[in-house]
Ligand binder design. Structure first.
Ligand code: ADP
Length: 445
């Protein structure tokens, strides 16, 4: 049958998403990005800078030397394999390291060097001779805090006098302790307790306050409130820095509330385009037929690596099984996996250990695997009402700007309903999706 109901199998219960789910999704996505990211994201876009004082000169650096970092820190930067500042670091670093300290709201997609930038700023501003907290860094989850902590440790490798401590729920300290560490990194609730209730931290002595992953943070009302309460305890001259990968209106409102007298740096995300993609569709009548068509395609053309998207976990699991039986090396990315497991699967796929990655959309959002030349929509992306999800379609198969290699996208259609979805996607992008006859596949190569 056709209709939205046919697209949603019972393994995805149609429950409303709670605020907590939404935050978990975002946090998991962000963590996954960090775990699988090994280099900077390439950007061709220019940063946009909005200075608080438009008359003050705007500095931008092309090398780390120009920043006059402490030698131990410069050593740390080079030990991490950084040769030159990333696009966002070129302007953000001089601004964050200026005297007097400048406040900053910065937005750029994940992988553009934000974390490295604020870690360097924190390490530069601490006085290692003072054995008390001087920098606070707030993250939405324990796992994300740990990732940032690792960067602090790597970059500060040659600066052992600077120590860090995690303000996270599991970390129970003796009541009367005064912290010796100069950098405290943690989640908003525990951080607030450590400042207010337990007084492990004297907020008046804080010189740098960092709010990381603001878009994930604000997904929870409690986190917003806690962050604001921490911020209010800090001295007037404390440097406030806020980072976010995305900037919806709500993030923006929060940022402006929590960071006074701010400068703004924005780096637009690289646009995705369908211009370098050949799009096809295959007409079938059932999922078995779709599988057969897929086998025909594999028999006819050489596919280095492919990603196959299914609507539900159940279909993804079934398809992965069928493909393995056909002798393919298949990786399956599934919703019930832990973020670390997912990262491991993606890493193996990126290393070419498997040639096919079968996944549902939830798991693979935001993953870009450059060598993937073929994307197969085993099910077309639809939202919960059964309408075409154009954004997801673009995201699955689109390539970024000028670097984009040519790609191939194949859409599997198995009902009137999905044919309609396909037509609407085609109209939306105003780009023809050609019909492919899988019994005669000469045309696609
Ligand atoms: P973001 O916080 O925006 O997600 P990160 O700071 O985590 O970005 O940087 C993304 C990746 O790029 C990390 O692997 C990081 O080590 C690396 N990286 C950051 N800055 C540089 C640089 N200047 N040169 C080379 N690699 C860098």
């Amino acid at each position: 049958g056709s209709g939205a109901a046919a697209q949603t199998e019972p393994d995805v219960p149609p429950t409303a998403k709670t605020e907590e789910d939404d935050k978990d999704d975002k946090a998991a996505q962000s963590l996954l990005n960090k775990l699988i990211r090994s280099n900077l994201v390439n950007t061709t876009n220019q940063v946009e800078v909005l200075q608080r004082d438009p008359n003050s000169p705007l500095y931008s650096v092309k090398s780390f030397e120009e920043l006059r970092l402490k030698p131990q820190l410069l050593q740390g930067v080079y030990a991490m394999g950084f040769n030159r500042p990333s696009k966002i670091q070129e302007t953000a670093l001089p601004m964050m390291l200026a005297e007097p300290p400048q406040n900053l709201i910065a937005q750029s997609q994940s992988g553009t060097g934000k974390t490295a930038a604020f870690v360097l700023a924190m390490l530069s501003h601490v006085d290692p001779n003072n054995k008390f907290p001087q920098c606070l860094c707030v993250s939405p989850t324990y796992e994300l805090a740990l990732q940032t902590g690792k960067v602090i440790e790597q970059m500060g490798k040659h600066y052992p006098e600077v120590q860090l401590v995690y303000a996270i729920r599991g970390n129970k300290l003796q009541r009367s302790v005064k912290l010796q560490e100069q950098i405290v990194i943690g989640t908003p609730g525990t951080m607030l307790d450590w400042c207010l209730k337990f007084k492990f931290i004297d907020p008046k002595k804080i010189k740098v306050f960092v709010l990381d992953e603001a878009d994930v943070m604000i997904a929870t009302q409690g986190h917003q409130d806690q962050s604001i309460r921490i911020q209010r305890m800090l001295p007037k001259n404390c440097q406030m820095l806020l980072f976010s990968a995305t900037f919806e209106e709500s993030v923006w409102r929060f940022a402006e509330r929590i960071v006074p007298d701010h400068n703004i740096i924005k780096l637009k995300r690289e646009e995705e385009t369908l211009d370098t993609i050949k799009q096809y569709y295959v007409q079938c009548t059932s999922k078995e037929e779709k599988f057969q068509a897929l086998c025909n395609i594999y028999g006819a053309i050489t596919i280095a690596q492919a990603m196959i998207f299914c609507h539900t976990r159940k279909t993804a699991g079934w398809l992965a099984g069928e493909l393995s039986r056909e002798g393919h090396q298949v990786a399956l990315l599934s919703g019930e996996m832990q973020v670390e497991q997912r990262a491991a699967v993606i890493d193996r796929f990126r290393d070419g250990k498997e040639k096919v990655l079968v996944t549902t959309n939830v798991c693979a959002r935001g993953i870009d695997v450059e060598q993937v030349s073929v994307v197969i929509n085993f099910d077309l992306p639809v939202d919960k009402d059964g309408n075409p999800d154009n954004e997801t379609y673009l995201h699955r198969i689109g390539r970024t700007g000028r670097f984009g290699k040519r790609g191939l996208a194949i859409n599997m259609v198995d009902s009137k309903f999905s044919m309609n979805v396909l037509n609407r996607i085609q109209e939306h992008f105003n780009k023809k999706i050609e019909k492919l006859d899988t019994d005669d596949l000469d045309e696609i190569e």
